[in-house]
Design a protein around this ligand. Sequence first.
Ligand code: GLC
Length: 724
Amino acid sequence: MSTHHEDRIKQLLDLMTPDEKLGQLQQLAWAWDTGPGSGSTEEAGAAARKGLLGSVLNVFGAASTNALQRIAVEESRLGIPLLFGLDVIHGYWTTFPIPLAQAAAFDPAVTETDGEIAAREARSNGVHWTFAPMMDVTHEPRWGRIAESHGEDPYLTSRYAAAKVRGHQGADLAAPDRVAACAKHFAAYGGPEGGRDYNTVDVSEQRLRNLYLPPFKAAVDAGVASVMASFNTISAVPAHANPHTLTRILKEEWRFDGLVVSDWTGVLELVAHGFAEDGAAAARRALGAGVDMEMVSTTFADHGRELLARGALTEARLDDAVARVLRLKLRLGLFERPYVDESAAVTEPTASTRAAARDAAVRCMVLLKNEGHTLPLAAGPRSIAVVGPLADTGDLLGTWTVPDAQQRFPAVTVAEGLRTAVPEAHLVCVPTGGAPGAVEDADARAVAAAASVDFTVVAVGEPPALSGEAAVRSDLELPAGQRELIEAVAATGKPFAVVLFAGRPLVVGDWLDSAPAVLLAWHPGLEAGHALADVLTGAVAPGGKLPVSFPRAVGQIPVHYNHERTGRPYDATQPDEKYVSKYLDLAEGPQFPFGHGLSYTTFTTGDPRLSRTEIPTADLSEGATVEVTVSVRNTGDRAGDEVVQLYVHDLAADIVQPVRRLRGFERVTLGAGESTEVRFLLGAEDFGYWTNDPEGVFVLEPGAIDLYAGADSTARNRCRLTIN
Ligand code: GLC
């Protein structure tokens, strides 16, 4: 915390009227389709002129932000600059793969690069603050926002959360190529009943602290500038009015001195929740619990004076909230440089940012299946068909792109990528299923094309429109007609591969046996087609791994690797045992497990080796670590990437532990026949766990810990550590 900033804050607080203080806590929304000179400008401008506005979200472009900023800085009494926020979730003009795809790279550097490029492009266009990274751990593929998440594991999500904060914020928020980040959605938003967005979350303290909170703690430790409250309840107390999470844990236990912003109308929604009688009660409870700035709804501004007058809001709490807003503005350098240089605004992706997005997309792709070395495509001249509803569309950026990005910079299509990569090939493209360009009897044409060429790429899956906020699906199978297309292409008997696009895990079992190869591309962003061609042609081997389990059926959800054991676990050696935890009508376990992903080569991983097989609890508590070494060898005939994963399991604990917890991963590139050793350092936080005590009690206890190393969460290579 800067002394200079704190002195400046005190000076301003002494000058500000109660209305000006409440104004700093207000963020208004800019209406997309209006832009400059519209009602939204007038409304925001009028409030800014009176010094009654702290921030505007969804304002777009340097000219627009400068216009509003001039009003606040040059026409209001105290000239306090505005904060401009925008959802820059996976790119501004250079759209990277969706965050769930980035997690599949098992390489946080991918997301740090995304953060850096997005910050540079966004800040140059007047944006100071992005509402990212989203870090909601989730076991719910029905929930559309899984696309914005980093999957089902808290450790992987934590590594990505910290990396994105670093990428966005850098070392100095005042730099012209950095933006303030926002850890969202606090907290447990990824656990809604039925997978329905905004729905109830009832969660024990131990699961809150062991599963949902670790990424937020990692983001706070990385210096994240802000946190956004979530729409859901946390055990019947709305997150927007939950003093346990917002104040006791976030601001007191973690000593967070940044800004807590509501999500959209989340404060006013306390009334709909049945938690606040009216807007005044909503404002009192949200401010009292720890929300500092109100997005879109205006209960703080409408009722703040009344709450102050009757002592329902203290001056101290009001000043604390205002201080957090001013602190962020000072850290961003907005008092010194409130305007952005319009001539320096980044207006389009560059060759280097496109190259970074292409590399990211390649690293995110997961080879789910590859029988008989179907992929990569054979070298040399050949005829290729690209068919399906997603064969030739630029709508592959994914959910939560900045407005205009899809229109101005759509994704490179699959067909375009292959045409560029293999110009000597005869390539025929047949869009189907109502896709742009699909013609009458397109499916028949697609099958005929498949029958006539050497190799067919079937591009299917979930379009981005079915992904993201409020896009909750009860059926995770392919959209209508796509399975039939796959079967018909298979019936030609000619070689083919399925390229699967999705913003979530899908149910694929009904056609999987018909497809010799399946490459999961997620929603891969701007360079989709080129990245796909790189992998399909073998220019680059796929090395991604699943950050989330693929269920066999929706009825199996939740299915995730980090589950608890139960007293009657299913035992694969006794499949007919009746009285165990299993389904009568479904095979055990996911279709594809967390950590799964194939390569064009093969690898072997050795047993984990420990620097010591025993360690005293006291030593761990004082920071001692255990080094775990894992060897990995490329046993195939070509280079490739492997992600060595390390899991721990506490065999007996006072809080029943997940059967596996990911506590280390490293992606390595090895040439044919090469081998290497990967080292992990494990300490107290890797072996201990939070209890159900609401005061926050972390326990490290003596006992046996099994460590597993391998290429996915089913790894069998094991060793044992004794904590004594
Ligand atoms: C939305 C989302 C949140 C986003 C905010 C501003 O409802 O829940 O993630 O940052 O509103 O657009």
